[in-house]
Design a binder for this molecule. Structure first.
Ligand SMILES: C[S@@+](CC[C@H](N)C(=O)[O-])C[C@H]1O[C@@H](n2cnc3c(N)ncnc32)[C@H](O)[C@@H]1O
Length: 202
C-alpha cells in the first residue's frame, strides 16, 4: 500500500535530512500491510524547514498570547527535535526573555526510538544546518560528538552533534500519538503543530 506521495518525494529534497529511519513493529490494528510499516516511522527532517516562516512566528505568538502568563506549545511528530530547535532559537532571538513563557516546548513523536535519541540530544547536522546555526548565532547550543562517525547519505555528509543542556532543557520530549491527543485535549489556548510532513499514520 502506498501511503502518500510526499513520503517518497522526500528522498529528492537535498535539504532534507534522514535521521534514524527505522522500521518498527506497529500495532496490528493500525497496520494492514508490510509496506505500510516501512514508512511508519521515517523521521526525515531538518532545521529551518521552508514551510514555516520561523522568523515571523515569534511576534505572531507574542501578540496572540499577550495576556497569557504561560503558553503550551505542542509540537507533534517532532522527530529528532529539529522543528523545536528552530522554533526556540527564533523565539529567543526575536523575543529575548519574553520567550520564556513558551518553554518548555512539549515535543512528541509516536516513535519511542526517536524520542530516546532526542532526549539524549543526539542530532545529525549537515552543512546547510550548520550555516543556518551560524547565521542565527545558535551554533553555541551544539557540540560535535566525536564518539560517533560522520555519516554519508545520498552523497551528503552528516556530522553527529549533541545539543547542549541550555537548549535541550527548553524541551519536554515524550512519546505521543497525535491522533489520540487531538481527541482528548483542548488546544484552544495553546500552540498546536503537527508537522508530520506527509508521514502521519492514517
Ligand atoms: C517526516 S517526519 C517529520 C518531522 C518534522 N516534524 C518535519 O516536518 O521535518 C514525520 C514524523 O511524524 C511521526 N509520526 C507519524 N505518525 C505520527 C502520529 N500518529 N503521531 C505522532 N507522530 C507521528 C514520525 O514518527 C516522524 O518522526
Amino acid at each position: 500500500m502506498k501511503v502518500n506521495n510526499r513520503t517518497e518525494a522526500a528522498y529528492s529534497f537535498t535539504s532534507t535530512r534522514i535521521s534514524w529511519v527505522k522500521k518498527i513493529k506497529a500495532p496490528d490494528k493500525l497496520v494492514q500491510s508490510e509496506e505500510y510499516q516501512e514508512v511508519f516511522y521515517c523521521n526525515y527532517t531538518n532545521l529551518n524547514r521552508k514551510d514555516y516562516d520561523w522568523e515571523k512566528l515569534p511576534k505572531l505568538l507574542q501578540d496572540r498570547f499577550e495576556k497569557q502568563d504561560k503558553v503550551k506549545v505542542n509540537i507533534f511528530g517532532c522527530s529528532d527535535g529539529s522543528d523545536c530547535y528552530t522554533f526556540i532559537i527564533n523565539m529567543i532571538n526575536m523575543l529575548g526573555k519574553k520567550a520564556k513563557k513558551f518553554f518548555p516546548v512539549l515535543s512528541s513523536d509516536i516513535s519511542p526510538d526517536i524520542i530516546t535519541e532526542s532526549k539524549k540530544g543526539n542530532i545529525l547536522l549537515h552543512k546547510n544546518d550548520l550555516d543556518y546555526l551560524q547565521k542565527t548565532n545558535a551554533l553555541k547550543y551544539f557540540e560535535r560528538n566525536n564518539n560517533k562517525e560522520v555519516q554519508i547519505m545520498r552523497g551528503i555528509e552528516f556530522f553527529p552533534f549533541r545539543v547542549k543542556s541550555e537548549l535541550l532543557d527548553k524541551i519536554d520530549f515524550s512519546v505521543k500519538d497525535v491522533r489520540k491527543e487531538v481527541m482528548e485535549n483542548d488546544f484552544s489556548d495553546s500552540v498546536f503543530s503537527s508537522a508530520t510532513a506527509g508521514a502521519l499514520t492514517l
